[in-house]
Design a protein around this ligand. Structure first.
Ligand code: NAD
Length: 479
């Protein structure tokens, strides 16, 4: 299969005719060739987006909401294809791709349609005047997304950008381009207005960087690693572009001494190993109260040992491959480092060789490590794989201090039979998203984003609609 860029409503080959190979990480086989786009391709996409802007931005919000619902319906009818392509591109289990990736890609459009429908415009009355807060689209916006939740995260940005009247130049990860391409096929099938959504495939330093640098792209919404986020900020901030940065994490799962331990063990295992630990919100540092430590860790190990690792296409598989053999080597090198840092592998710890068709796949056993210092590299750096460390604490204050020790501040969860205690512990953790007795339980109206090196800004609900709008205040003096 060879895919092309989607510019001005057409599938177009990259101008320099260079292509990259795209692999299925669970088999090691090449599945497709994708454009290795350059500045010139981005230029063409920006022109198409600029041409489409007047008509799209002049539609009423109700007309744009109708388009969002049309996309949602068309995507819904291709959900099985979305899941199959996502599983093939990422190596994630097909059941997870159906339940999470495909479902959320549809619900992102449904949610933002409904949320925009209920948007209340603000007026502030003074004794002698009224302030009217008005919205305009930002213009052409640039969206850059990672490989772990490909269409889920791309549509999480596309839907609010569209409904607020912007036109789009987007670059999905070069590792996972296939569902973005499917979205373009769907847009064609519903005769979506040409040039409103443009997709340019390729590498970060060329295609991605050209999006960041383009003077006619007025806002950048980026989700990816913290190191890349710094480059994004360095490039876009001096150009005064609006910026949203959703970056890495090293999140704590805190098991308090009064937790329902079997339930907490299930939750902690899910938080650590969903998508092979390749979710920015994954709980990769498990902090456990000293007096329940042994009992909890036994339950946790049982949970991990009951996970089925295997062919992602098998409906019973819980854990598939990681994203690439290079990433597998990076994760394995962290496991080696953990041993040098004094860690003891409690479960897992190795590369896994599966029978054909997965013999060349990038599989790693879900791995738990005990005995690491809380400030060791393995306990503080983002590994982004199926590896979690377990640490003891005595008091709640100590747990909070341990949770806050990293440079990151994205998410975390607290497990306790006392929700009030859980909430007050959560309030003292320096992170943007905290859960008590649950994990990844999402209401799309709520603010989503990190503090410290985990990002700048918030997405979700009104936060996304505000990011993709320019707000003006018009103060009208009354007689
Ligand atoms: P990455 O930073 O390597 O790449 C993300 C995107 O940026 C890709 O499309 C890539 O091609 C592009 N890119 C790379 N260099 C660029 C440059 N110089 N200019 C412009 N674009 C460039 O991240 P990844 O490895 O794809 O994803 C994993 C990371 O994403 C992890 O750190 C994870 O925590 C993070 N992430 C964060 C969230 C969140 O919401 N906070 C969600 C998912 C993933």
């Amino acid at each position: 299969m060879q895919i092309e860029n989607f510019i001005g409503g057409e599938f177009i080959a990259p101008l320099k005719k260079n292509y990259l190979e795209n692999l299925n990480p669970a088999t090691g086989k090449i599945t497709s060739k994708i454009p290795s786009s350059t500045k010139e391709d981005v230029e063409m996409a920006v022109k198409a987006a600029q041409n489409a802007l007047p008509n799209w931005s002049q539609l009423s919000i109700d007309e744009r909401i109708i388009w969002l619902r049309k996309i949602a319906n068309a995507l819904e009818s291709r959900k099985e294809d979305v899941a199959a392509l996502e599983s093939m591109d990422t190596g994630k289990p097909i059941s997870l791709a159906k339940r999470v990736d495909a479902a959320r890609s549809v619900s992102n459009f449904e949610f933002f349609a409904e949320h925009a429908e209920n948007l209340i415009e603000l007026n502030y009355k003074m004794s002698d005047a009224t302030n009217y807060v008005t919205r305009k689209p930002v213009g052409v916006v640039g969206l850059i997304t990672p490989w772990n939740l490909p269409l889920y995260l791309l549509t999480w940005k596309i839907a609010p950008a569209l409904v607020m009247g912007n036109t789009i130049v987007a670059k999905p990860s070069e590792m996972t381009p296939l569902t973005a391409n499917l979205l373009c096929e769907i847009l064609t099938s519903i005769e979506f207005p040409e040039g409103v959504i443009n997709i340019v495939h390729g590498l970060g330093p060329s295609a991605g960087q050209s999006i960041l640098e383009h003077p006619n792209i007025k806002a950048i919404s980026f989700t990816g690693g913290t190191a890349t986020g710094k480059i994004v900020a360095q490039t876009a901030a001096p150009m005064f572009k609006k910026l949203s940065l959703e970056l890495g994490g090293k999140n704590a799962t805190i098991i308090l001494d009064d937790a329902d331990l079997p339930n907490a063990a299930k939750g902690a295992a899910r938080a650590a190993f969903t998508n092979s630990g390749q979710v920015c919100l994954c709980g990769s540092r498990i902090l456990v109260a000293d007096n329940i430590y042994d009992e909890f860790v036994t339950l946790l190990i049982n949970e991990v040992e009951s996970m089925t690792i295997g062919n992602p296409s098998d409906e019973n598989t819980d854990i598939g491959s990681v994203i690439s053999s290079e990433h597998m080597e990076k994760v394995l090198s962290y496991i080696e480092l953990a041993k040098q840092e004094g860690g003891k592998i409690s479960v897992g710890g190795s590369k896994l060789t599966l029978p054909p068709p997965n013999a060349d796949g990038a599989f790693i056993e879900p791995t738990l490590i005990e005995g690491l210092a809380i400030d060791s590299r393995c306990a503080t750096e983002e590994i982004f794989g199926p590896v979690a460390s377990i640490h003891r604490f005595i008091t709640d204050d100590e747990a909070i201090e341990m949770a806050n020790i990293t440079e990151y501040g994205l998410a975390g969860s607290v497990w306790t039979s006392n929700p009030t205690r859980g909430k007050s512990v959560a309030e003292r953790i320096d992170s943007g998203i905290l859960w008590v007795n649950t994990w990844l339980h999402r209401d799309l109206r709520t603010p989503f984003g990190g503090v410290k090196s985990s990002g700048v800004g918030r997405e979700g609900g009104d936060w996304s609609l505000n990011f993709f709008s320019e707000l003006s205040n018009i103060c009208v003096k009354e007689e």
